[in-house]
Design a binder for this molecule. Sequence first.
Ligand code: GDP
Length: 179
Amino acid sequence: IPEYAFIGRSNVGKSSLINMLTNRKSLAKTSGRPGKTQLINHFKINNQWFLVDLPGYGYARVSKKEKKTFQKFITSYFEKRKQLVSAFVLIDIRLEPQKIDMEFMEWLGENQIPFSIVFTKADKLKPGAITNNAAAYEAEMLKVWEEMPNYFITSSSKGTGKEELLKYIDQINKELKNQ
Ligand code: GDP
């Protein structure tokens, strides 16, 4: 059964997005800090696919050792998961392009791991600002990539983007079945 991995900086809104996609009101937050207890959660969606909840990166107050542990962990996840179809990299739409996100996406690219971007917290900005910020990201991405990856604009508090995301995944799953 195909897997889709969700990942992003801590506080990007990953738990909220997963709650939105899985129709949960609240979900025990197990991601906490890297290197602590359970790191990965799997959610089976419609008996069709697994949503994989990976720990957040970019914690400000973690030691070098914890960062290393986290990197190893994430690297080994991506290397081992044969069922992984695509990753979704969550990015707070309010922020300017962040080095840590750019580097993470480059790493995915180098490792031939397909991904989409999920911009979060769109309700916090006016439409014009969303367009501007998405364009700023695109400009930054185009320095490294030939084209802007597929992206979604979401708000977990408003339910924005939920159907598009779920449809996108269903569509890929259908194509995989028909192969
Ligand atoms: P995580 O650390 O990435 O799992 O992030 P959380 O889902 O816990 O969200 C971090 C903070 O952002 C919380 O205070 C959430 O209420 C808030 N948040 C998450 N998603 C949204 C959203 O779509 N809109 C708004 N306005 N706030 C959000």
